[in-house]
Design a protein around this ligand. Sequence first.
Ligand SMILES: [Zn+2]
Ligand SMILES: [Zn+2]
Length: 276
Amino acid sequence: MWTESVDLHSHSHRSDGLWSPSEMARRAHANGVKVWSLTDHDTSAGWVEAEAECKELGLKFIPGVEITCEVELPSTIDTENPKSWHLLAYFPNGASDELLEWLATLKDARLPRMKAMLDALEELGHTILLADVEKFAEGSLGRPHLGRAMLEAGMVDTVQQAFDDWIGNDCPAFRSRPLPSIAEVCEKVRNEAGITSLAHCKYYGVELEVLIPHIKKLGVDCIEAFHHSHSDSYRLKLVQSGMPVTVGGDSHGTENRPSPGKMLVPLKSLHQAFCP
Ligand SMILES: [Zn+2]
Ligand SMILES: [Zn+2]
């Protein structure tokens, strides 16, 4: 049995998505989604609004967050992977105040980092004001907001160009921020009776034979086998890895994927906490 009624990975304007949490809930509902999670980057700021809308619509809401983590790989493993990995964390039983406070510290670390990138651009001869970046961000401040400010200032022709030439990893105005480790996040989430899932693992460029045992060792519960960037054959390999899977459209409300939903997943592989 397969289902299209679960989508556990979406972004609102509380991080780098275009729409409000309630608009994303309505879009999920319109697509036939019955179990849905809002997973903004490093913030729980959209949960209350999303949950209220889901209640109205009769959707099961799972509070979630996509946490940017440090890469933890033994040095023997060679990969051209990004500087950070994304770990999805779900809290079907809710989250404690302590956890929410810890999430707030992750979000706060984004501000000094943004200032450091603006300083770097300034030194390279381009002035972008913090206020011009912040007006694109209702919640977690990130590089896509800076990219939009650079576009508005006429510095680049597209947001992608901002990443390619200026603020992408290893580019001249890129600055990193302190990140939690995957093992640390897994422990915190487990203390809340929550569930973790490694997001879009194809991006990281590590062979599955190496990746799967490694993330199990770190304490990760599931793998996001069904992500829009994964081919069918790759999804199948992940299903056969033996880990419970999650499904994520990763909609940001943008043109390429405007709404959550329309993601097929086999029920017997889906982690049972998310079955409709
Ligand atoms: Zn991600
Ligand atoms: Zn995402």
